[in-house]
Ligand binder design. Structure first.
Ligand SMILES: *[C@@H]1O[C@H](CO)[C@@H](O)[C@H](O)[C@H]1NC(C)=O
Ligand SMILES: *[C@@H]1O[C@H](CO)[C@@H](O)[C@H](O)[C@H]1NC(C)=O
Length: 403
């Protein structure tokens, strides 16, 4: 990669971390202790759901590899009317958590809309995020705690969430809706035959499967840079941690370049047309560096495969073969109901890559696959647009009704 590109990219990335005030990359020594985590007095129910006048329950589920994750349940809508529809499990994407679904006003946010429409709403928080950073033996200060990618989100977190809801609700099969990486978690799990028997259907908003034609320049550059030099990224996380003079300097550059929050988001996710002005959530949740490396492998190779250790011995040790096994989207059962919605302006789940996924699904039963393209939507519109209810959620609920 050309030197100027690296520089441009590094400035954009630094601006993102500074402007969002985020800890995008995991760092040592800034995590609450495990005790504080389990006793999460100020959890999502208290801070984000009950404040809007909804009943909310906090739940904990432990994955088969020991991670202790939180879920929130909104068991009833504002009217207090009895739930008359099945559970829906909502799975957020990367750098976010369940608040993704609650960020706009109740009339605009999917989490609240589903509750008000009679669904039993369950919100999942993937490992590593603020309210899901417990583990039976590890804590987030341990390097081993972060030894995962979306392979584990699909094979451990998702099955744990689904199984928990299924058990808790008296073996009710549920609908699933995922955004961004939450769609890849479902696609990977479904293609491996996991959780199918407990799901009624799956709604995929901004499906991430193939990533080779991604049009987000910063992300594309990130993928290249990652492979070229991991230390580069580690340097950034250290930079972030130190803060102080260094971060003031960067903030200065960002301000001079006029890279404010909204145009940075556009650079990364596409020009979102319709973000609600009701709230601007700038929080960003951590993820494992290994997860980002895994995603960058997909961007470079165009394949949907398990994490590549980049060395034959390690791959053989983990997989019994020298190349990481592929996920085959054509194995998703043809009669399993799928709702796929994507945006014409999305730079992460770009239309060309989504088309590749749809090609894999070309033999799917026609009446079990709904495809909804919103030409003017980009990546964040699907969870934050003021008109997402009319554009996406109403059709999605109509799809849930008949499946
Ligand atoms: C669900 O119930 C089954 C059978 O009782 C049990 O084996 C499993 O551990 C439970 N799983 C969860 C996540 O609650
Ligand atoms: C961000 O900057 C762009 C121009 O670079 C400007 O049009 C936009 O209004 C700014 N947004 C905010 C929230 O300041």
């Amino acid at each position: 990669m050309a030197n100027t590109e690296v520089k441009l990219f590094s400035i954009v990335l630094l601006c993102i971390t500074v402007v969002r005030g985020s800890k995008t990359f995991h760092q040592n020594n800034e995590w609450p202790t495990l005790d504080a985590v389990i006793n999460d007095v100020g959890g999502i129910c208290k801070t984000t759901v009950e404040t809007q006048g909804y009943t909310c329950e906090e739940h904990k589920v432990t994955t088969n590899d020991g991670y202790i994750l939180s879920m929130q349940r909104i068991p009833v809508g504002r009217s207090g009317k009895k739930v008359d529809k099945p559970p829906v499990l909502l799975q957020h994407g990367i750098f976010s958590d369940a608040k993704t679904w609650l960020g706009n006003s109740p009339d605009e946010s999917l989490g609240f809309i589903l509750a008000d429409n009679g669904y039993d709403v369950w919100l999942a928080n993937a490992r590593g995020t603020q309210y899901s950073n417990g583990h039976k033996t590890l804590n987030p200060n341990d390097k081993a705690y972060w030894d995962w990618s979306w392979d584990e989100l699909a094979s451990y977190d998702l099955p744990a969430f689904v199984q928990y809801v299924y058990n808790y609700t008296g073996q009710q099969r549920m609908h699933y809706a995922g955004h961004s990486l939450g769609t890849l978690m479902a696609l990977a799990a479904l293609s491996q035959g996991q959780v199918l028997n407990m799901l009624r259907s799956s709604a995929l908003l901004c499906p991430i499967a193939y990533m080779n034609q991604i049009t987000s320049l910063p992300v594309k550059l990130a993928a290249d840079t990652f492979i070229a030099n991991d230390l580069y990224w580690l340097g950034i996380s250290e930079f972030n941690q130190n803060g102080g003079a260094g971060s003031n300097f960067v903030e200065d550059i960002c301000n001079k370049l006029n890279l404010n929050y909204s145009n940075l988001m556009s650079l990364v996710t596409g020009p979102n047309c319709c973000l609600s002005s009701s709230k601007t959530d700038r929080s960003s949740e951590p993820t494992a560096t290994k997860n980002l490396i895994h995603l960058s492998q997909m961007i470079r190779t165009g394949k949907i495969a398990k994490y590549d250790y980049g060395d034959l011995v390690q791959n053989t040790m983990h997989y019994g073969q020298i190349f990481p096994p592929l996920y085959d989207m054509t194995t998703i059962p043809k009669e399993f109901p799928l709702f796929v919605s994507y945006g014409g302006q999305d730079m992460l789940a770009d239309v060309n890559d989504v088309q590749l996924l749809l090609n894999d699904l070309k033999d799917h039963d026609k009446n079990k696959l709904v495809v909804l393209l919103k030409e003017n939507y980009a990546h964040i519109d699907f969870v934050r647009a003021f008109n997402a209810k009319q554009m996406v959620y109403d059709p999605m609920m109509a799809f849930f009704q008949i499946n």
